[in-house]
Design a protein. Sequence first.
Lengths: 286, 244
Amino acid sequence: MKAKIKVLQPGLYSSIQDLGRFGFGKFGVPQSGVMDSYSAKMCNLLLNNSEEKPVLEITQMGPKLEFNESSKIAICGALINPKLNEKAVFNNQVIQVKNGDVLSFGKLEFGCRAYLGISGGFISDIILNSSSWYEGITHQFRLLKGDELFFNSSSTFDNITNSGIKVKTDYLKEQIVPVYIGPEFYLLSKFQRTDLLSSIFSIDKKNNRMAVQLQEPLLNELRPIITGPVLPGTVQLTPSGNLIVLMRDCQTTGGYPRILHLSEEGINVLSQKLADDPIKFSLLNP
Amino acid sequence: MSRQYPHFTTMGEKAILMEFEPEISEKTLKLVLNYKNSIENNLSQPLVEVINTYNSLLITYISTIENVYDEILTLKRCISEANIGKNINSKLYHIPVCYDEKFGLDLQLLAIQNMLSVPEIIRLHTTPIYSVYFLGFLPGFLYLGGLDEKLIISRKSTPRLKVEKGAVGIGENQTGIYPKSSPGGWQIIGNSPVNFFDKNSLPPSEYKAGDKVKFYAVTMEEYLEISQEISNGNFQLKVENYES
């Protein structure tokens, strides 16, 4: 049976995400999917869900949610002081909820994005093989006050959970972002390469599910390239020297030199960064 | 710096990029598409996606590539087996466009800057058979090549916050149709009532790289009629088989 969650407050930017759309890039459709795939997968693992089950991605400020059916939930990723009926609950644990319970969040302690998983996963329209919300593809792209979220209530009570597993949290405060060289890295001068790989950069205010811009520019004389493929993790260098890291909702093609590419772990680390946070790239391959 | 083509690099842990001569041409497109076909025929489809742009193929895997060198060898074998002279089977779509002033917000600007009359612009825009190089930028947005040089015009210095769905625009030497309303910097000369993307169909767009597009002018009256037919589901787009 479909059970409901009432959205009393939506939080700053919350959306249902799974592991994204695969195979529709040729139509210009972004991949989307959870920004920090590690936390989302751990959330599902704790609940004994398969890893691709839809979770609620919560950004900086948490929503206030009322459950109308019993279930088990788990929260991973950023620590936003979760509370159940005003009583503190903890990240990375399985939490039992009952009809009428209200989940809320407090102050953000560290990280940027938290993931709320529920036994059996959230139920949201599957469009182009994925439930990930994206403007223009799914019926909505962010949670609004008064919305309803759905989950499967069938016999979740005695489900086996994996509450014993240890979830890593150190990467939430990590400054080092592992990267590979990108297709146009070879065009950079020795000076640019040194600057790129030894400087500390800070996250710009312009950062969302589509891209994260860095504040410090790189001296640049490279011209745009013929429009080519890009992916989440691609680091673009604009003519004015801005570094733009493409994230999960990015377009499928772009015309700026692609100088680095974040590893999957690098994307997860960057997903947990706030404006002004420092980062440093670390090259994985020689 | 000189390079050998095709050139292989990785893009992260799940994708291999294959690049060809950095040029925008029908010849390169045909080469890229023949290689693409060969790779698609040889690799298991649901686990791999091949996307092309003007001079690149991006081969994306659903999971981490275990041995990049082995995978590149496989791709090299695929392309050595490709028949690069082979004609590309594609479709030619006849797309109605209304060049009425109500839609063609930048028609006058284009007319003045390029010293053309509006009927001349319409004639120049509806004459060529355009090639779909690839889809990108927005879901269902076709990158079309083949614009008449007389119609080349630079993008707006400040993009519009909202370009209407169906808007037909020109940006430098490219022309295209906005499949949904979006911010955009192209000069807008008309609007097409045709849908280029439907998220509820599989595949969500019937257009693919290598297809051809030819525009034909319709009056405002015809435009409204076609729009009505499209919403009733009884508009028949004129499509022909095309070999190039």
